[in-house]
Design a protein around this ligand. Structure first.
Ligand code: GUN
Length: 291
């Protein structure tokens, strides 16, 4: 069994990005610039955005944090998005999700200029990803593909079961795995799937992205399978300073001995998601991939 070290892989990619930033700047270009819109004070979102800002500094990107309170009106947010779309000194931006109920999430996503949509959530980017055109691809699936490639994990002809069909992870993940670069045979499982346990146990590559801590147990995993755990549920903990720890969708201790490869939580997919946002922002800074 080999542990897939997302933390080390992300660190290596960050060094590659840093080197590219240095050469852009040496060539007279400005530093890539990412902005994040954060609404309200949700603990998880605060943490994730703080990481994004820190990551930017580490690779030499400029970053801007735009904050709004929970009661912000949709028109105000749309106005800010328009301003960021037109800001020539900004390469890409994200609106941290979830957003409050009074705001229509899809309307916000679609207001972002697809050329600056480094989250890859705009339908133009989703559609372009589906048909294999250059696009910004959602960070978590993008990061997982990068991990599989960098660990030389064979995906061609393999049966990949993706558990979860969210717009951000499960759905795009299933699309990427079925494309010619990966060549897997993909099944998307979800809450209405029958015989889920047997289906998971038939997977050569099992990608758990359902957000249910400890859902995948040893009897649901085939001997020699590759297991990718996307789960990052914050659960209370007395052992950490923050009072939380991250728990994956896979019961690691009982599943790991059966696997050929497995990602831990934390230190697996999470750091790759973070670095993929940087990769997308670098792409945005280097030129319009949507032209
Ligand atoms: N909330 C959870 N994951 C994400 C993400 O990748 N991007 C944004 N904008 N919000 C999120």
């Amino acid at each position: 069994m080999q542990i897939i070290d997302g933390k080390a892989t992300a660190k290596a990619i960050k060094e590659e990005i840093r080197a590219e930033v240095d050469s852009l700047v040496s060539a007279g270009k400005r530093n890539p610039h990412l902005a994040a819109i954060l609404i309200g004070h949700d603990g998880g979102s605060e943490t994730y955005v703080a990481y994004k800002i820190k990551d930017c500094a580490e690779v030499g990107f400029k970053s801007t944090l735009v904050r709004f309170e929970d009661d912000v009106k949709e028109v105000v947010l749309l106005e800010k998005i328009k301003e960021l779309n037109n800001d020539e000194g900004l390469d890409g931006f994200i609106v941290q999700l979830p957003i409050p109920d009074q705001i229509n999430e899809q309307r916000i996503i679609e207001a972002i200029d697809p050329r600056k949509d480094v989250d890859g959530f705009h339908p133009v980017n989703v559609g372009r990803t589906v048909i294999g055109l250059p696009s910004f691809t959602s960070a978590t699936p993008y990061g997982i593909v990068e991990l599989l490639k960098r660990y030389n994990i064979e995906t061609s002809g393999k049966h990949c079961v993706v558990v979860g069909r969210s717009n951000i992870v499960g759905r795009p993940m299933s699309i990427l795995m079925s494309q010619k670069s990966m060549n897997a045979t993909v099944t998307v499982a979800h809450s209405r799937t029958k015989n889920l346990e047997e289906l998971c146990a038939s997977a050569d590559i099992l990608i758990a992205a359902l957000g249910a801590p400890g859902f995948i147990k040893a009897h649901m995993v085939k001997e020699g399978a590759v297991v990718i755990d996307v789960g990052t549920t914050r659960v209370p903990s007395t052992e950490t300073k923050s009072g939380f720890r991250l728990k994956g969708d896979v019961v690691y201790d009982e599943v790991a001995p059966k696997c050929s490869y497995i990602t831990p939580v934390p230190g697996g997919v999470g750091p790759m998601t973070r670095v993929s946002l940087l990769s997308n922002t670098l792409k945005a800074a280097k030129g319009n991939i949507l032209s």
